[in-house]
Design a protein around this ligand. Structure first.
Ligand SMILES: Nc1ncnc2c1ncn2[C@@H]1O[C@H](COP(=O)(O)OP(=O)(O)OP(=O)(O)O)[C@@H](O)[C@H]1O
Ligand SMILES: [Mg+2]
Ligand SMILES: [Zn+2]
Length: 252
């Protein structure tokens, strides 16, 4: 039951307010309902507290030449969605702002377009999948994964950071492939270089192979890496760790 103080004065709580244009009288959705929807979608997106501040408008591009094009890709993606549903994959080292841009995209899609989005940390997703198997009541636990399959835009943060067991990986593949087949958008961040898996690189000396750091292909299989190239535009980001820079600046 609504108390009097909560009733919107513009629409008197109906959610519709009249607009008059000359003799033409229509109704339009009231701002209070649009705001209500935004609030609901923001809560449902489960953006972690620590990233709540991340906005595209707050992203500073002057630290490295790769950041301007990365912000542009994010902004364009928001503008063109849902006409263009290809996602984004932000690739780069620690603290260059990958998660910031991914969260910025989610907030802009919700606030400007009312699109349902969901933020999922890769570690958390693996844990959730694991739990769905541990539990005797599998069906209800799998229900928990439904939003990951069905949300319009999924952010998968820190892809590859952990290597799941084979059967957990099967579910991750299932999720990503189902989203691809259903034409749903996935936005990814990863620390691993978007390069092939070890077995795929031929003519590499044993010494170089030993020194070589793990690639995205190593972490998620070459097959999935190639699937992600169909699902996402790769956005490479470079620069210093923003957190380190910020910390050292405050000591000066
Ligand atoms: N160019 C930038 N402008 C403004 N804030 C930034 C920028 N880059 C990073 N930040 C801020 O620095 C912090 C670290 O950035 P973020 O978490 O997005 O990095 P990341 O690339 O996802 O790092 P990691 O690989 O560790 O996940 C965040 O609080 C973010 O808001
Ligand atoms: Mg991150
Ligand atoms: Zn209203």
């Amino acid at each position: 039951m609504k108390v009097a103080a909560e009733v919107c004065p513009k629409c008197e709580g109906t959610g519709w307010r009249p607009v008059t244009n000359g003799t033409d009288r229509r109704v339009t959705r009231c701002d209070c309902r649009l705001q209500e929807r935004s609030q609901t979608l923001l809560a449902a997106a489960r953006i972690p507290k620590r990233y709540e501040h991340c906005e595209l408008s707050e992203f500073d591009t002057h630290f490295h030449p790769s950041l301007g094009p990365a912000l542009l890709a994010a902004t364009k993606f928001v503008e063109e969605y849902p006409l263009e549903k290809t996602g984004l994959m932000f690739v780069g080292s620690l603290g260059v702002g990958k998660t910031h841009l991914a969260v910025g995209v989610v907030k802009a899609l919700i606030l400007k377009k009312g699109i349902p989005c969901l933020f999922v940390d890769y570690r958390e997703l693996l844990k959730q999948i694991q739990n769905s198997y541990n539990d005797s009541v599998q069906v209800t636990e799998l229900e928990l994964l439904r939003p990951v399959f069905e949300t319009d835009v999924l952010v998968l943060d820190e892809l590859g950071v952990m290597k799941p067991t084979e059967w957990v990986w099967d579910t991750v593949s299932l999720i990503l492939n189902a989203r691809f087949n259903d034409n749903r958008t996935t936005v990814i961040t990863t620390n691993f270089d978007d390069e092939p898996a070890a077995g795929v690189v031929r003519s590499i000396s044993p010494a170089r192979a030993a020194a070589r750091s793990e690639t995205l292909g190593d972490r998620i299989t070459e097959r999935m890496r190639s699937r992600l190239h169909e699902m996402c535009r790769v956005v490479k980001m470079d620069g210093e760790d923003f957190r380190q820079k910020f910390r050292s600046a405050s000591f000066r």
